[in-house]
Design a protein around this ligand. Structure first.
Ligand SMILES: *Cc1c(COP(=O)(O)O)cnc(C)c1O
Length: 486
């Protein structure tokens, strides 16, 4: 299987190259040249780690299959406490695919626990000896998941930059207490955009790249445009279907709809790949918060990133440029020149419009909707009071939109992307209780109010020694990169 760039199909690379490189040189994203067809029945009979290996094998064809089997077994076994791809009943034929049983309690663990292994092996496959410096700008979840995945990986150093005051206290502590000799965490004065812009500037700086190259170091990113982050997410769509089959809720071939709380369009796009591989995915429902740029796009075909930005209670979905949408545009238009032109318009004018045929092709599979902040809170309360199901703010966005898009007789799986205890103040307030300022107090009160237990990895943060307290300006990110010690 070869991969090529969404903006220039002549640029072809192997899976290993796509994973090492991340982004194509001219700015395009790597997409697979075809959609491998799998024996869905057979794949659905596998346990999660073997299922993961079966999916990975189809795309990462220049990797040793024995390596993939081993890596999947190491990643999705004990670290997910036997709950990889766990499907929980909610009510009727609505289900929650709980993706937060990994080490950092967010779905990004599925990709970021595996990705470091894929990167190290890709370098081996390609005979490359350079060291890798990973820079991550994060508004919360990605930073911790990346730190946890990359800590103590040989030949790699990782530096994470988060905005001062831009994360929850729990998210900040998750990062500040991270163990490992090859990790560093910095608070950056400003908001997420300031941190992200600072990191992007370093990636675009040829002089920095040259200086690092002189020390045999190459910069890399852990964000979700890398194919290595997307491919592990395909697996849990199969896992959800397999569980519905086993429980007799569907017969092989019956459609199942999925509703996905969406930011960068990576998680939902993985569902599209699963569908194109033969899994009977019905509709993919794209759920947005008040930053509803994708709702507008999927309804009208006009993508407008130039709009007001809202800070919401589902911060991991506060995104105006959903990078992975570019991959979908390529798959439905089949034209690299068309995608390149749309992306050029986006960067020049902040907006683009797709052809009516393109929109119609997308709408054949994708539905959409969004939730206002009071609807998110109302949804958390309703799911708890009516169904006894406790969910976080991101998942609540999806439940709200799932109800609007529920089809009679077709099971709906809502992707549950974070533990409710990761955002205890918002969840507690949604349940009608006064939320204290302190996250840990809120966690305790949420446990009392619901009788549920907070994950040990979150509760255990209390009183843990903080290792990183540096606060820097965005301009200092370059100096941090050049000062790396690998
Ligand atoms: C990252 C994230 C999302 C959005 O996922 P995308 O792949 O960016 O669309 C949703 N929920 C949570 C909790 C997240 O961390």
């Amino acid at each position: 299987m070869q991969f090529f760039s969404t903006r220039d199909a002549a640029r072809q690379v192997s899976a290993s190259q796509a994973i090492v490189q991340g982004l194509s040189d001219e700015g395009g994203l790597f997409v697979p040249q075809s959609f491998p067809q799998v024996d869905v029945q057979a794949v659905c009979q596998l346990e999660y780690p073997a299922m993961a290996a079966a999916v990975l094998r189809e795309y990462l064809t220049d990797y040793d299959p024995a390596f993939l089997a081993r890596a999947a077994a190491e990643t999705y076994g004990a670290a997910f406490a036997g709950k990889a791809g766990f499907l929980a009943p909610v009510e009727g034929d609505t289900w929650a695919l709980e993706l937060w049983h990994g080490p950092t309690c967010a779905f990004k663990d599925y990709a970021l626990q595996l990705m470091p292994k894929l990167l190290v092996e890709a370098k081996r496959n390609l005979g490359r000896t350079e060291k890798t410096l990973i820079l991550v700008a994060t508004s919360g979840d990605t930073g911790k998941a990346a730190l946890d995945g990359y800590h103590d990986v040989p030949g790699v150093e990782i530096a994470v930059f988060y905005p001062t005051g831009g994360t929850s206290e729990i998210q900040r502590l998750q990062m500040a207490t991270q163990q490992g000799d090859n990790v560093a965490v910095y608070a950056v004065r400003g908001n997420f955009d300031d941190a992200q812009t600072g990191v992007k500037r370093v990636f675009a700086d040829k002089q920095i790249a040259e200086q690092l190259a002189g020390r045999n170091i190459r910069l890399s990113s852990a964000n979700s445009i890398n194919w290595g982050r997307l491919v592990p997410q395909i697996v849990y769509y199969f896992a959800a279907y397999a569980q519905l089959l086993k429980a007799g809720k569907v017969a092989m071939g019956d459609p199942v709809d999925f509703c996905v709380p969406t930011g960068n369009f990576g998680d939902i796009l993985a569902g599209y790949y699963a569908k194109r591989m033969g899994l009977p995915v019905g509709r993919l429902v794209c759920a947005s918060n008040k930053n509803n740029v994708l709702t507008d796009f999927l309804n009208t075909g006009v993508y407008t990133a130039r709009r007001a930005f809202f800070k919401t209670s589902s911060p991991s979905m506060d995104i105006l440029v959903s990078s992975n949408l570019e991959r979908l545009l390529y798959h439905v238009t089949g034209s690299d020149t068309e995608v390149a032109a749309l992306m050029a318009r986006l960067s020049q004018t902040g907006s683009y419009t797709v052809r009516p045929e393109t929109l119609a092709a997308i709408q054949e599979t994708f539905s959409c909707g969004y939730a206002e902040e009071d609807q998110v809170a109302g949804e958390i309360r309703a799911r708890w009071q009516q169904d006894g199901y406790l969910c976080d703010t991101h998942t609540a966005v999806a439940f709200h939109v799932a109800r609007q898009n529920k089809r009679a007789g077709v099971p709906m799986v809502v992707l549950s992307t974070a533990s409710p205890f990761k955002f205890p103040r918002s969840v507690l307030a949604a349940l009608g209780q006064r939320a204290p300022e302190n996250d840990f107090e809120a966690m305790g009160l949420l446990e009392q109010a619901t009788g549920r237990t907070a994950p040990a990895s979150l509760a255990g943060l209390r009183g843990k020694a903080e290792r990183f307290d540096a606060v820097i300006d965005p301009e200092q990110i370059a100096a941090v990169a050049l000062g790396c010690q690998i």
